[in-house]
Design a protein around this ligand. Structure first.
Ligand SMILES: Cc1cc2nc3c(=O)[nH]c(=O)nc-3n(C[C@H](O)[C@H](O)[C@H](O)COP(=O)(O)O)c2cc1C
Ligand code: SF4
Length: 411
């Protein structure tokens, strides 16, 4: 039986998150001290060689993002932690921030030094009051110790932190919209390119990473890229926190090596399907994710292997549906969510989201056959994917296409 392997969660339960002294006793801030004695470019090389990919959903190489930001010219640069955690079914970042806030600060400090950032922001979901409290305490204590602020560990490197509360919209977790929001503007997306590495916050080079991504950085600095790469799969090294919800006996968060199968996650980690029922479907990656059936149970849970199956890993959210659950109802609530979160800036998404729900409504009113409805949803969402301004309008195609692939006759 496969077991948990912890990197992002490795210090959880081992120290009191309100006591920095406790954290130091278990080796806290050693990685920062080590990193500040190394050339920034060498740190970036390590992160590139480790193969770490962003844990926020897109899975882009973290080291390459650091490299591009480092190479962008500018006196002022920013590092931002995306702690908005809005993807339905995702609750991993909260665990890190509430129970190990210092690992996040360490990861951000090292990354900021690597790109030579002058300021760090944590953009956090406003509802996460406990995380905010824990981070405030951690920042105060780290400041008093001289671990943040001026001339950190006598390296000549300075870094101030600021916590900013999110604006309360799913879209504000999208990195370019997040930048607008952080600048005090309405949460509308920006057009890419330019990417944040070139023109980010206030037009300056900016590195935006997810909480879990930052939590891997101190470990990579401590143990080295080769060790990190020895875990997980070739295309997705390291570990991942999977948040499992729905019809399982032990819903929760579990960290293990990438490449674990969905079957192992359900039966070895989450205790199996509730009420002794059979597995029916899983939604991988949240609302902007994909439905899969039992043929994916033994596929390694990693970015590229899932992609080959038409599925996504996303943020690591896994929602389990047992036999008897309605795919139609689940699809309806996903589409309701998207409609609610659409910002209305562009026509294809503003008009397209209600259209998708109208198709669902017509099924409920017996005006449309389900299979016909699925084909219409696919058509409409394909059009939206091609013409919407930002990734939100391009998202409904993911669950809908996967329904067509795996559940065409059961919708
Ligand atoms: C609609 C939308 C919402 C998102 N919400 C989040 C979020 O809450 N947290 C997050 O880390 N990334 C979120 N992302 C992904 C970010 O845009 C971005 O890819 C991520 O912050 C990059 O960090 P990483 O490379 O460490 O994954 C979202 C993306 C989209 C399209
Ligand atoms: S795709 Fe949707 S969320 Fe994105 S800009 Fe257009 S209306 Fe707004």
């Amino acid at each position: 039986m496969i077991s948990e392997y912890k990197i992002a969660l490795k210090s959880i339960g081992k120290y009191d998150p309100n006591q920095i002294e406790d954290y130091i006793t278990i080796g806290g801030y050693k990685s920062v001290r080590k990193a500040l004695s190394i050339q920034p470019e060498k740190i970036i090389d390590s992160v590139i060689n480790s193969g770490l990919r962003g844990r926020g959903g897109a899975g882009f190489s973290t080291g390459l993002k650091e490299k591009f930001t480092n190479q962008s010219k500018g006196i002022q640069k920013f590092v931002i932690c995306n702690a908005d955690e809005g993807e339905p079914g995702t609750f991993k970042d909260r665990v890190i921030m509430e129970q190990d806030p210092h690992v996040l600060l360490e990861g951000m400090l090292i990354s900021a030094y690597a790109i030579q950032a002058t300021k760090a922001y944590i953009y956090i979901r406003g509802e996460y009051t406990e995380s905010i409290k824990k981070l405030q305490t951690a920042l105060k204590q780290a400041n008093e110790k001289g671990f943040i602020g001026k001339n950190i560990f006598n390296s000549g490197f300075d870094l101030d932190f600021e916590i900013k509360l999110g604006a309360g919209s799913y879209l504000c977790g999208e990195e370019l919209t997040l930048l607008e929001s952080l600048e005090g503007k309405r949460g509308y997306p920006r057009i890419k390119p330019p990417f944040p590495a070139e023109k980010g916050l206030f037009g300056k080079p900016t590195l935006v990473n997810n909480v879990e991504t930052f939590a891997h950085i101190p470990y990579i600095i401590e143990k080295g890229a080769e060790h990190y790469k020895s875990m997980g799969t070739d295309d997705s090294p390291g570990t991942k926190i999977f948040t499992i919800s729905g019809d399982v006996k032990k819903p929760g968060y579990y960290e293990t090596e990438m490449g674990v199968s969905l079957r192992e996650l359900i039966y070895d980690f989450a205790g199996g399907i509730k009420d002794n029922k059979d597995f029916y479907a899983a939604i991988l990656g949240g609302a902007a994710g994909t439905f899969v059936n039992e043929t994916v149970l033994d596929t390694p849970m990693a970015y590229d292997t899932l992609k080959e199956k038409g599925a996504v890993l996303g943020s690591g959210a896994i929602m389990i549906m047992s036999e008897g659950r309605s795919l139609f109802d689940m699809t309806n609530s996903i589409l309701e969510f998207f409609k609610h979160e659409s910002c209305g800036k562009c026509v294809p998404c503003r008009i397209g989201m209600p259209q998708l729900l109208l198709i669902m409504e017509n099924v409920k009113n017996n005006k449309l056959e389900r299979l016909e409805a699925l084909n219409l949803l696919l058509n409409e969402s394909e059009y939206m994917a091609k013409s919407s301004l930002c990734p939100l309008g391009q998202s409904p195609i993911l669950p809908i296409k996967s329904l067509k692939q795996y559940f065409e006759n059961q919708f």
